[in-house]
Design a protein around this ligand. Structure first.
Ligand SMILES: Nc1ncnc2c1ncn2[C@@H]1O[C@H](COP(=O)(O)OP(=O)(O)OP(=O)(O)O)[C@@H](O)[C@H]1O
Ligand SMILES: [Mg+2]
Length: 234
C-alpha cells in the first residue's frame, strides 16, 4: 500500500500539469468508494505503462495539441468502476500520426500513453512496431500466432508503430488488414504511426486498410526536421 502510494505520488509529481482522475484517494471512502482498491489499481496502471515503454521514450511527454485533444477525448469516454471509481477505457477514436523519419511520432505516441497512465485510466495497453508484431507472429514451432495476434487486436488500447514500414508480402498485408479491421470494427482506440505521405498511404498499407484508418482515426501530420540529426554535421 505504501509502495503503491509512493509510486503514484512520484509519477504525479513528475507531471504536475496533469489532473488525475482521482486526485485524492482519502476522499473516496467518504463517497462510498474503495480507496484501497483504487490505490492498488492506479499503481498497477502506472507500472503496466512504464513496463511497456522502451528506455529511449521513458521520459516522453505528448506536446502536440492534437495529440493532447485525443488524450482528453479518451479520458472523457472512460467509465469509472462502480467500486473503486478508477476509470476504464471503453472504446473511442484512434489517432494516426504521419510524418517523415525522426520528427517525433513515436515520442508523441508513448507520451500519450504516459499521460493516460498519469491521469489513471485503465486500458491494458500494448505497444509494438508492426514489424515486431509480424516477427512475433511468424509461424514456427512453439508459437501460437493467433494468440499473439489476439493480444494486439483485442487490447483496449494499442500503439502500433511504423505502419507500412515492412516489406509487403501477401501475409503482412493480410495481418495488417485483420489487425486494423478488428480494431476498427470493435472501435478500440489505437495510435498508428506511418512514414508514408498521406497520398501514398493506400499504396503502402493497402487501400482497404487506408480507408478504415481514415474513418476510425484522427489524422495528425507531424512536421519538422529529423531530430536524430539535429546538432550533427550533415
Ligand atoms: N518532443 C521531443 N522532445 C525531445 N526529444 C524528442 C521529441 N520528439 C522526439 N524526440 C527524440 O527525437 C528522436 C526521434 O524521435 P522519434 O523516434 O519519436 O521519431 P519518429 O518520428 O518516430 O521517427 P521514425 O519515423 O524513424 O520512427 C528520438 O531520439 C526522440 O527521443
Ligand atoms: Mg518512430
Amino acid at each position: 500500500m505504501a509502495d503503491n502510494l509512493d509510486l503514484i505520488n512520484r509519477a504525479r509529481a513528475a507531471f504536475p500539469h496533469i489532473t488525475p482522475a482521482i486526485p485524492d484517494f482519502n476522499a473516496l471512502d467518504d463517497k462510498g468508494g474503495d480507496s484501497f482498491t483504487a490505490i492498488r489499481d492506479t499503481a498497477s496502471i502506472l507500472s503496466m505503462t512504464n513496463d511497456l515503454i522502451p528506455p529511449l521514450y521513458q521520459r516522453a511527454d505528448a506536446t502536440d495539441e492534437r495529440v493532447l485533444e485525443w488524450v482528453d477525448a479518451l479520458v472523457g469516454l472512460a467509465k469509472p468502476n462502480q467500486f473503486s471509481r478508477v476509470p476504464y477505457l471503453k472504446g473511442g477514436p484512434s489517432l494516426l500520426l504521419l510524418g517523415a523519419t525522426g520528427v517525433g511520432k513515436t515520442h508523441q505516441a508513448y507520451g500519450a500513453l504516459r499521460r493516460l497512465s498519469i491521469v489513471g485510466i485503465g486500458c491494458g495497453p500494448v505497444a509494438a512496431s508492426i514489424t515486431d508484431v509480424f516477427a512475433k507472429m511468424r509461424p514456427r514451432p512453439g508459437v501460437d500466432s493467433e494468440a499473439v495476434f489476439e493480444a494486439y487486436a483485442s487490447a483496449p488500447l494499442a500503439f502500433i508503430d511504423d505502419l507500412g514500414a515492412a516489406k509487403v508480402t501477401e501475409w503482412t498485408e493480410e495481418v495488417t488488414y485483420r489487425l486494423v479491421n478488428h480494431r476498427y470494427e470493435h472501435q478500440l482506440p489505437t495510435i498508428f504511426t506511418s512514414n508514408a505521405a498521406p497520398k501514398d498511404l493506400g499504396e503502402r498499407v493497402g487501400e482497404r486498410v487506408a480507408s478504415r484508418l481514415m474513418e476510425m482515426a484522427q489524422r495528425v501530420a507531424i512536421k519538422g526536421d529529423d531530430r536524430r540529426r539535429q546538432g550533427r554535421a550533415a
